[in-house]
Design a protein. Structure first.
Length: 127
């Protein structure tokens, strides 16, 4: 029974590694498709290569190899995440600059004037 326990642990580790790897592949491919225009050709190639290597590793039951290739894909896809973040940040900066320009244009029509507050209750009491 103990001999089978070690085999079961190895099989379980392989199954968990495969599940994790397949999830990582699916999410990375989806993100790459959605944000392809924001990722450099070099990063895209690195990600696609990492996906290919991981798919090859999935054909084996070597949990350590699958885990290592999953980690490589994770590191490659971080570059994609960084590119997406930088693209969104530059879009937000451009939007903020446009808003600032719009507010500056609106401020040109402001008139500065002195005013005096008249309280009607005070006038009625003194009369």
């Amino acid at each position: 029974a103990e001999a089978n326990a070690d085999g079961d642990k190895a099989r379980r580790a392989a199954v968990e590694a495969k599940n994790s790897a397949e999830t990582m592949i699916d999410s990375t491919e989806k993100s790459l498709t959605e944000h392809e225009d924001k990722v450099s050709a070099e990063d895209k190639e690195a990600i696609e290569n990492a996906i290919g290597e991981l798919k090859e590793a999935l054909e084996t039951d070597d949990a350590d190899d699958i885990t290592a290739k999953t980690q490589e894909l994770s590191e490659a896809s971080m570059k994609m995440g960084q590119a997406i973040y930088e693209a969104q940040a530059s879009e937000e900066d451009a939007s903020a600059a446009a808003d600032a320009a719009a507010h500056a244009a609106a401020d040109e029509n402001v008139v500065d004037a002195d005013f005096e507050e008249i309280n009607e209750d005070d006038e009625q009491k003194s009369a």
